[in-house]
Design a binder for this molecule. Structure first.
Ligand code: ASP
Length: 364
């Protein structure tokens, strides 16, 4: 009987212990500080999220697994203390194949909070390379600062004969500390080359020179402690961070596609669709019918292209042509790659609701 009488008290103590544990974890994640070794040097925050750069070969399998903390990553970088005072925030340690827009939303909130501090010159984010281009673009759209935010990572883990992670972190900190790098927005910097978040793609599965920006070219180069600017291509599309992201589905169409997945996604509650179309923005007739079905349900549809470079154009007026789709209300993504167009549509829908005319403005 005693236990029954005391049960509410016991339950209360249990719930309170959970609350303090959670808030203390939350407190830890807020507890970021710069270790000043030289007050004349700029202060740079390094926020670590995982990826190959923070992995080591597993003793049993020999395969890469998450194994290196943010502090250990920084310790492995020669000469860092001569470049900047560093503060490390271990945001998480996951392979970027596990990243989601919801995680990037939290990461962007954290970067915004740190970068607005007057003592911070710039921020470096270490991240897996598999989804780095998209993650960098999500922050490009949502970071409210023109200070440098530099994504970097590595194609070889810390156990490899030539782990390039430490050198990439050094270059990223040099860029994040430098005034020459202001105004570029979020960049992806590996192997010395600086790419803008909007146009960068991962182009090679294993090579260290994997990130390229195609016809647009690199923004600049980091070498021997300094940043060289090649060009000033700056896109200033900015959107506020919403509390929640609407579900937007991405498809790549192909010869013989029957559009069933598009219909399925609409019936399952997708709030927006992005279709990587053929050529300059064309789909076959059955896929076109499925897109018209989505539009009839007032679901915005963005047309991007599978083609690596060049822009989606309203060139074809026959059924399924980009010109016909645009006339029927589809939004053309220009030269923005489809998986990034999905992030832009998510943020636009969160901001303007289901208003295709207003969403369209963000794709201009
Ligand atoms: N699978 C790894 C990741 O994306 C690849 C890398 O970081 O290079 O996390």
């Amino acid at each position: 009987m005693k236990i029954v009488r005391r049960f509410p008290l016991f339950l209360m103590c249990l719930l309170l212990s959970f609350y303090f544990a959670a808030s203390s974890h939350a407190k830890e994640s807020l507890d970021f500080k710069i270790h000043v070794t030289d007050s004349k040097l700029p202060n740079v925050a390094i926020i670590t999220t995982g990826g190959t750069i923070a992995e080591k070969a597993d003793a049993k399998t020999g395969k890469s697994v998450p194994a290196v903390s943010g502090e250990e990553l920084v310790k492995a970088v020669p000469g860092l203390a001569k470049v900047a005072n560093i503060g490390v925030l271990n945001f998480m340690n996951i392979d970027s194949s596990q990243m989601t827009p919801a995680i990037w939303l939290k990461l962007s909130g954290k970067v915004n909070e740190i970068i607005k501090r007057p003592d911070i010159a710039g921020v470096v984010v270490t991240h897996g390379t598999d989804t780095m281009a998209e993650g960098a673009y999500f922050l490009e759209l949502t970071i409210q600062s023109d200070k440098p935010v530099v994504f970097t990572g590595a194609m070889n883990d810390a156990s490899a004969p030539f782990p390039e992670g430490p050198g990439n972190i050094l270059n990223a900190v040099i860029q994040a500390s430098s005034k020459e790098a202001r105004g570029w927005g979020v960049t992806v910097t590996l192997n010395s080359y600086i790419n803008g978040a909007r146009d960068v793609r991962k182009t090679q599965t294993t090579n260290v020179q994997t990130f390229k920006s195609g016809e647009k070219g690199y923004l600049g180069y980091v070498y021997d402690g300094k940043v060289t600017r090649f060009n000033n291509r700056i896109r200033k599309t900015k959107l506020p961070l919403p509390s929640k992201l609407p579900p937007v589905v991405f498809f790549s169409t192909y010869a013989g596609d029957n559009g069933d997945f598009i219909r399925y996604a609409v019936d399952k509650g997708a709030k927006g669709l992005v279709i990587d179309a053929l050529g300059a923005g064309n789909v076959n007739e059955r896929t076109c019918d499925a897109i018209l079905y989505a539009l009839s349900k007032k679901i915005p549809v963005v047309i991007s292209t599978r083609v690596y470079y060049g822009s989606v154009e309203p060139a074809y007026g026959d059924k399924g042509g980009g010109g016909m789709l645009e006339k029927k209300g589809a939004i053309l993504a220009g030269d923005l790659m489809g998986t990034k167009a999905r992030l832009l549509l998510m943020l636009a829908l969160a901001e303007v609701g289901n208003n295709p005319e207003k969403s369209k403005m963000y794709f201009k």
